[in-house]
Write a protein that binds this ligand. Structure first.
Ligand SMILES: O=C1O[C@H](COP(=O)(O)O)[C@@H](O)[C@H](O)[C@H]1O
Length: 256
């Protein structure tokens, strides 16, 4: 488990641009090392800004997008193409603008997809898809070079919410019913699955995230504050704007 490090940027726009630049470099490094790269996407407002910023970066063309696997950390269980789906937002902001191999884009199932309207079946189906991409000799998951997470005002990450029964799910992918944030039905990677990623990046902007960010970095319990329970194998990086960083313990900050 890696120690958390924190980078703080002046505002949401600079944060999105800095994360976009990091992401392009991370994909390039992974392709140089392994011949391919994999990224786990998140949803939410700052994530969409990051994806737009990647699309606008000239250096994006240095990435061989046909050798990038795209996964999701969570999804709102809605029909395909619904504007509230994390997949729909990521496709519009980035994925439709770069030459990805469609076979390497792995969205979580939609509520009108082949797995049907049952989120438990959808979660099981996604676990199988992950398993098919798993490394020989490893557990049930592929290698994730970088896994990005937004952070909710309540400290949720992906669709793992405070005090939700999903905390006690041992499988890598879970259905989530009764989400306190709409829509109520979702699918999500569980924290143990998230924590297999080489690098986990928690990206948060705005004053309404400050309390959750500060508590997570101060050592809150993961059931009460899920963001406190995630860490990459090699690196855990909190990428914040100044407003979201307001309650970060000063010893952890590196202002940019
Ligand atoms: O519903 C969700 O919200 C969180 C955070 O979104 P934000 O707009 O407050 O940044 C997001 O990380 C998650 O993927 C999404 O399903």
């Amino acid at each position: 488990m890696s120690e958390a490090s924190v980078a703080v940027h002046a505002d949401a726009d600079l944060l999105a641009q800095a994360v976009a630049a990091r992401l392009v470099v991370k994909l390039l490094d992974a392709q140089a090392d392994r011949g391919q790269a994999s990224v786990v996407l998140t949803g939410g407002r700052i994530a969409a800004a990051v994806y737009r910023a990647v699309a606008a970066l000239p250096a994006r063309d240095a990435v061989d997008w046909s050798r990038v696997d795209v996964w999701w950390g969570d999804e709102r269980f809605l029909p395909a193409g619904d504007p509230e789906r994390n997949e729909t937002q990521a496709r519009a902001a980035l994925l439709d603008l770069v030459p990805l191999d469609p076979a390497r884009i792995h969205p979580m199932p939609a509520s009108d997809g082949p797995a049907g309207p049952d989120p438990e079946a959808a979660a099981a189906g996604y676990a199988e898809e992950l398993g098919r991409a798993a490394r020989p000799g490893h557990a049930a998951l592929p290698h994730f070079d970088v896994l990005m997470l937004g952070v909710g005002e309540d400290g949720h990450v992906a669709s793992v919410f405070p005090e939700h029964p999903v905390h006690y799910e041992s499988r890598p992918v879970s259905a989530v019913r009764g989400s306190p944030k709409p829509p109520p039905v979702r699918t999500t990677l569980t924290l143990p699955a998230i924590n297999t990623a080489e690098e986990v990046w928690l990206v948060a902007s705005g004053a309404d995230k400050a309390r959750a960010v500060g508590m997570a970095l101060a050592g809150a319990g993961p059931v009460q504050l899920p963001a406190a329970g995630v860490h990459g194998v090699a690196r855990t990086l909190w990428l914040l704007d100044r407003a979201a960083a307001a309650d970060v313990p000063p010893r952890l900050r590196s202002l940019r």
